[in-house]
Design a protein around this ligand. Structure first.
Ligand code: IPM
Ligand code: MN
Length: 351
């Protein structure tokens, strides 16, 4: 297969972790006789510095012409503490999600056999966890009306959802559940929010189309507790943009490190693959960040191309590296830590 992949390294540790995903993807391509053409493009603070815009049109063109987008991370501290900044790197990510129509963010949570004891949670609670949080990605409070009133002394952000936005996400959730353990949990705050009541109403109306799927409805505050208390109780969770953002960081604790969790963002056309972690500016340029979340995001990409063996080869070699202690400092537990680039080299070589 010949694949053209847009490569958006972004900010902070983005370029370093992306480099490792490229090494590993190229090694897979070589092994299975595929050809990958990488198309690098600017995004985030790097793009603001270069062209004054966090998601330039040229980058969008490159993305829409590609078979997939592989993305690193976005964000730079120089913008975080400046509330008056007119352009922010994160706007690039949001604009990209919106312009590419990436409404469904798939964030799986699973455990790695050799890392179970790295999690602060007890083994019997987490071993065998296998759930997917399907986060709505182009609506809700992230994209609702916002602004200031009262001479700047009042601020508002609006959570707005349209029925079609909930339907298309829930449809993906039902379809995923059908291929898995046939359980779907709609997570909302319907005891308070009108938008959440529309979520419930919409999902309830779809239940009859999927009679085999066992559907439950839970409030997000309770799920924040149950998710780490008994993650094995969940199969597919569907939830709004902000709730999904928060719950997926929480869920990463189950796996042992934020540096491990991959994601895909799906729409109707090109899909995007990215680690769930941020740009980790404290580590930028030090060659210490964990590249596995990005490498595993590349595995999700191969899976979506229908290349299951290739995806599995990546997961296998990642597990092998963890078993053998070829890990970055976040997982080294005071033992020998490898550099980001060393982990990438090892994975590519041992694939
Ligand atoms: C994520 C990130 C982003 C989000 C930020 C960087 C805008 O936290 O992908 O989870 O909130 O969606
Ligand atoms: Mn987040």
């Amino acid at each position: 297969m010949k694949l053209t992949i847009a490569l958006l390294a972004g900010d902070g540790i983005g370029p370093e972790v992306i480099d490792q995903a490229v090494k590993v993807s190229d090694a897979v391509a070589k092994k299975f006789n595929h050809e990958i053409e990488w198309k690098p493009a600017l995004t985030g603070a790097a793009a603001i510095d270069a062209v004054g815009e966090p998601y330039p049109d040229e980058t969008h063109q490159i993305c829409t012409n590609a078979d997939a987008v592989l993305f690193g991370a976005i964000g730079h501290p120089k913008f975080d503490n400046d509330p008056s900044a007119k352009v922010r790197p994160e706007q690039g990510l949001l604009k990209m999600r919106q312009k590419l129509g990436l409404f469904a963010n798939v964030r799986p949570t699973f455990t790695f056999p050799s890392l179970i004891d790295k999690s602060p949670l007890k083994r019997d609670r987490i071993e065998g966890t296998d759930l997917i949080i399907l986060r709505e990605l182009t609506g809700g409070v992230y994209f609702g009306e916002r602004g200031r009133l009262n001479h700047g002394n009042t601020a508002f952000d609006t959570m707005t959802y349209h029925r079609f936005e909930i339907e298309r996400l829930a449809k993906k959730g039902f379809e995923m559940a059908m291929k898995r353990n046939k359980k779907l949990c709609c997570v909302d705050k319907a005891n308070v929010l009108e938008a959440s009541r529309l979520w419930r109403e919409t999902v309830q109306a779809m239940e009859k189309e999927y009679p085999e799927v066992e559907v439950s409805y839970e409030f997000v505050d309770a799920v924040a507790m149950r998710l780490i208390q008994w993650p094995k109780g969940y199969d597919v969770i569907i939830t709004a943009n902000l709730f999904g953002d928060i719950l997926t960081d929480e869920a990463s604790v189950i796996s042992g490190s934020m540096g491990l969790m991959p994601s895909s963002s799906l729409g109707s056309e090109v899909s995007l693959y990215e680690p769930i972690h941020g740009s980790y500016p404290q580590a930028a340029g030090k060659d210490i960040a964990n590249p596995l979340a990005t490498v595993l995001s590349a595995a999700m990409m191969f899976d979506d191309f229908g290349l299951a063996k290739e995806a599995q080869a990546i997961r296998d070699v990642v597990n092998k590296s963890l078993d053998q202690g070829v890990v970055t400092e976040d997982l080294a537990d005071g033992g020998k830590a490898c550099k980001t680039s060393e982990v990438g080299d090892w994975l590519a070589k041992n694939l």
